[in-house]
Design a protein around this ligand. Structure first.
Ligand code: PLI
Length: 460
């Protein structure tokens, strides 16, 4: 008889509706990936079995959110749903003023245009693709100040999203505080593998920036996942709720951008928030140019209602435990098969270390891109590249060569089951067993911006 050694968690919801998936054969998948130029972004989703391309806009909404959608007030101005959203943001995040946007990058565009002048420098805890591009388009230069541990997939430091304050101090001394409009701080750093920043680090950063009058702008796309890790790992936070921790994180920052398509459990939506009246006023001017009126920002009333409800659901302790628990379940399965993954296991997905998986390929042969294509061929599981293709080119045209060359298995929230996780791990193990046979790729079409979305490749 097996002895009871632990009690499992399970999802704090049950299913009410399902979406049927198309099952494909290997020859069909080979044809599909060739037609997609070996880029998983160019596949038709009908050809995909388990879709781990992103956790962005792919979560399942709750019955409460769907009910909220029916309560959409589609007035052009002053929709009641905007006021619900504003109240939810003020209540759970504590920011004073908010501007809705169609998604995260819409908010980034407006914020970058307001705060960045030509020649400015924006230090941050690792770049994110759209965030850095908007900073650059506004005339700024992004400088990475994340701790070195974040660049090492095997380093098990629990807060790999932390800022290295010495690196920041060097940047401040080099350029002067006047050239730094803000520090760009992401919670649960996406490109590092969904790695959290600690509350202590954030407090230290606040103390440092306060002296110099430099803002902290918070990319809060995955703030609740970060809060979960603080609750699990940081001294003094075990008895605090996710809600309390999220609120505290936001309190050390001056404003935020958010892609609500992740943590906040909606299929579309985002916002910019600020505690400064002047910044808000300018954002109200710009939002009408780029997004829509300041009370809808490119969204339907129903989308804002779903977002207000999603924000509330996202700070629920049981929800976050199940969300990150599922990601950890997949990560542990992969580890059992000896698959090299970024450690510690992150919040929104498993990041496979493609350099370690395919050591026979150079980074110029796009190992992560090649591995993502091979996984799709094996089982119809769609993942994405987060390496040299995503990193793009510098202003002088040279490629960035990021230390991390990863394939991201991003888990949508409340969508897949534990059995799906088993299938994903087994498919990855099957590909790992024949890894020596996997060939590299060459890029045959490269778009100007954010090339990973639309680039095309051929096999070497
Ligand atoms: O995709 P948007 O425009 O709603 O949000 C842009 C964005 C900003 N910050 C962070 C940390 C993100 O992860 C982010 C979008 N991420 C995507 C699409 C992803 O697949 O990770």
């Amino acid at each position: 008889m097996k002895k009871l050694t632990k009690r499992s968690w399970a999802e704090p919801y049950k299913m009410k509706m399902v979406e049927l998936l198309k099952m494909t054969t290997r020859p069909q998948r080979v044809k599909a990936i060739k037609e997609a130029g070996f880029n998983t972004f160019l596949l038709k989703s009908d050809d995909v079995y388990i879709d781990l391309l992103t956790d962005s806009g792919t979560s399942a909404m709750s019955d409460r959110q769907w009910a909220g959608m029916m309560m959409g007030d589609e007035s052009y101005a002053g929709s009641r749903n905007f006021y619900h959203l504003e109240s939810a943001i003020q209540k759970y995040y504590g920011y004073k003023y908010i501007i809705p946007a169609h998604q995260g990058r819409g908010a980034e565009n407006i914020l970058s245009k307001i705060l960045i002048k030509k020649g400015d420098v924006i230090p941050g805890n690792m770049y994110f693709t759209t965030t850095r591009l908007h900073q650059e388009l506004a005339g700024g230069k992004f400088v990475d100040i994340i701790i070195d541990e974040a660049h090492d997939p095997n380093n098990e430091f629990p807060f790999k999203g932390n800022v290295d304050l010495e690196k920041l101090d060097k940047i401040v001394k080099k350029y002067g505080a006047k050239k730094i409009p803000y520090i760009s701080i992401a919670t649960n750093v996406n490109m590092a593998g969904g790695q959290p920043i600690s509350m202590k680090n954030l407090k230290d950063l606040r103390a440092y920036t306060k002296k110099l009058g430099i803002r902290i702008i918070h990319d809060m796309t995955r703030v609740a996942e970060n809060a979960y890790f603080i609750q699990q790992r940081e001294k003094g936070y075990q008895t605090k709720t996710i809600k309390e921790i999220v609120f505290e994180i936001c309190s050390y920052t001056d404003g935020a951008t958010m892609s609500a398509k992740k943590d906040a459990l909606v299929n579309i939506g985002g916002f910019m928030a600020t505690n400064e009246w002047d910044v808000y006023e300018e954002a109200r001017n710009l939002v009408v140019v780029y997004e829509g009126l300041h009370t809808y920002g490119g969204l339907a009333g129903r989308d804002m209602e779903a977002m207000a409800i999603g924000i509330e659901e996202s700070v629920n302790d049981h929800h976050q435990r199940a969300r990150v628990g599922q990601v950890e379940y997949l990560g542990h399965k992969m580890e059992e098969y000896g698959i090299p993954i970024v450690k510690p296991i992150g919040g929104h997905g498993i990041f496979v270390d493609a350099k370690a998986f395919l050591p026979h390929l150079t980074q110029d042969e796009f190992p992560a891109q090649a591995l993502a294509a091979e996984l799709f061929i094996d089982s119809g599981v769609r993942t994405m590249e987060r390496g040299i293709v995503s990193a793009g080119r510098k202003a002088n045209g040279e490629n960035y060569y990021p230390k991390l060359e990863l394939v991201r298995f991003t888990i949508p929230r409340r969508v897949y089951t534990q059995a799906h996780m088993d299938v994903i791990a087994e498919s990855t193990a099957a590909v790992y067993a024949r890894r020596d046979k996997i060939k590299g790729l060459k890029m045959i079409y490269e778009p100007k911006y954010l090339r990973f979305f639309q680039a095309r490749f051929g096999q070497l």
